[in-house]
Design a protein around this ligand. Sequence first.
Ligand code: AMP
Ligand code: MG
Length: 487
Amino acid sequence: MKALDELTFDNRFARLGDAFSTHVLPEPLDAPLLVVASNAAMALLDLDPAVAETPVFAELFGGHTLWAEAEPRAMVYSGHQFGGYTPQLGDGRGLLLGEVYNEAGEHWDLHLKGAGMTPYSRMGDGRAVLRSSIREFLASEALHALGIPSSRALCVIGSDTPVWREKQERGAMVLRMAPSHIRFGHFEYFYYTKKPEQQALLAEHVLNLHYPECREQPEPYLAMFREIVERNAELIAKWQAYGFCHGVMNTDNMSILGITFDFGPFAFLDDFDAHFICNHSDHEGRYSFSNQVPIGQWNLSALAQALTPFISVEALKETLGLYLPLYQANYLDLMRRRMGLTTAEDDDQKLVERLLQLMQNSGVDYTLFFRRLGDESAALAVARLRDDFVDLAGFDAWAELYKARVARDGEYSEEQRRKRMHAVNPLYILRNYLAQNAITAAESGDYSEVRRLHEVLSKPFGEQPGMEQYAQRPPDWGKHLEISCSS
Ligand code: AMP
Ligand code: MG
């Protein structure tokens, strides 16, 4: 275990120089105090969880003090936002404080979001509000607990600093961690500003630090792009299988590591709805739940365009062609597991599609359906779940197919089936209304609900006695909450 001042820094991105980022100091928050910290994220830095409660912790992550070895930098990037190219974005309200190594040799970027104005703030104030910081914190850690790759969150620091959004709110900072904060938009920036030398440096940096195994391949950059395609296909398959809607899949919000990144008006589905749009400024539904799949490919083509100086167009196209089949294979594999199947049959895809259509038509809760499907034998489970459906004939027909499929899958006890299915079907997910309850309490100074919710979501697959209220469908007020994009 380390004390806070014992972290080891090696700021490799900062060393790339001023063409890549600008030195900026954090602007401190007034009266910083701990809202919530993640013990699991603390462990990644070898930190004793108890240090989170010390005043120096809130001062560090509230922008008051810095380690001597930290080199706070605002990164420059650009990106396609809602399909149109924005030539310059960058860290407008976040700073890469530095890169830390843990005892296992892993390396983590410490990124402080809400740290004040930078040269890339454009019209913004450089701040983040408590509500969006709590949402990012909860989502990062909840996704990780579900087995979905994501940036992590160490803590949220609240404050008395007033921040103006639709109304006056309080400023906060969230400390985000990831092995890298490089986005697709970093490559686009150097490509469209025609800076081939810097672009080559960036590509070398990512290859050496994050895809070293690709160096052994005959065409290392092509191997790296292929790996990025594969990781995105896997990531988006997990989002779709678990009902996660990112909401703002602009290329500046896409991590070069294929992890969930940059949380805005995201949502987990309550009722299954393929057309769900969680971002209420997304009028066309570009980033609707089902569109995340083709948008994943669209974003990868935007990255491919920026990689044309390094890789032939034919090879890029061929590699992009792998995305959809890989996505489909990953998705089907996950959905088979969610249905309790251990073998593969050709018609499984149809079985999934029919089920989702029925769930869509009846507004069935996506998470609870799968959890309950594993509670008992297939026959008993479908008999009980039947009541949730409006189209009973349709459901009965599906249930017959499902029971026959389960019978062909193999012999196993009810207990084996329950264990296997509960290990992949969470009971607790970050429902919007749960986040909202925690935020409402936090805004009035009570952080116990954020902390409890974070704890519950850190073990999403196990029954937690006394926590039944976190595993319910939303009350009427909590359905289809509009999440403000101003964050
Ligand atoms: P986001 O929607 O959070 O992905 O941000 C898109 C771009 O706007 C990024 O360059 C952000 O740094 C910038 N940005 C968002 N909010 C603010 C803010 N309050 N102040 C300054 N820049 C911001
Ligand atoms: Mg962003």
